[in-house]
Design a protein around this ligand. Sequence first.
Ligand code: ATR
Length: 282
Amino acid sequence: MTDRYAVIGNPISHSKSPQIHQMFAAQTGQDISYEKIEAPLDGFAATIQRLRDEGYKGCSVTVPFKFEAFKLATELSTFAQIAEAVNTLKLNFRGNTILGDNTDGHGLVKDIRFNLGIKLNQKRVLLIGAGGAASGVALPIMHQGAVLTIINRNAEKASNLATHAGNFIDKLPIEANVQSYAPSGCSFDYISNQKFDVVINATSAGLTDSELPLPPTIFSPNALAYDMMYGRETPFMKFAHEHGAQVADGLGMLVEQAAEAFYLWRGVRPDTAPVIAALRLT
Ligand code: ATR
């Protein structure tokens, strides 16, 4: 029997998740269906209840429901606890429970490590932003042994995220030979004389084509500038190009976080490279 899955958001028409999961299913021979569902803004819990009644096995959760999904889950992965947001639900997990996970951090780290070929261990990483997107990736980045600095327009939020993520570092099995550092949280002024090996834009500034007040000297030689957005060049990407950094968008992260969700649901790891390549052509 075909197992049913869906992505839930509002709006949802733009979502590439059905395409991605259908490619994963075809590649791995898994018998699943995967659709888009637009839940009413006040109807996320009711939608999940309907899916459970109808026997759906899981769903992806996107804007604006990631926090509600976090509250609805009866069991949470460590990454979901840190992010205080859930992007993947496994329904009827162990009887009547709902497992909530956050695979965004895995997705980002895998894209940087395996698709872009950059090890984060000992690298100076700057994470810009302290909202939902940044909180999903802070600990997974630290977990790779990176020296993490978090900055945000609202510096207090950066500091809170840094403290919050730092409190969790002992809860994860850190790989041998990987050192972790407590991150520092601060405002844009703090970085005026610093250089970073990897600079990650986790703000939503690109949505409004806003520039970030970054000094042009911020990139070390061969630095990677990573924007979690995809689909077009943001002012951050343009700035990074102009100042000599290697630039990546968030399409690889999108596919990698989906692959992690697929693994959680199906126990099979799809090959992400052909899926990323196919999406680049659309
Ligand atoms: P998301 O889920 O995309 O992370 P969010 O939780 O609303 O959305 O967080 C948006 C982030 O982008 C915040 O870090 C925000 O900074 P503030 O906390 O200071 O508001 C950041 N952001 C949005 N627009 C920005 C801009 N024009 N310049 C700098 N930072 C911006």
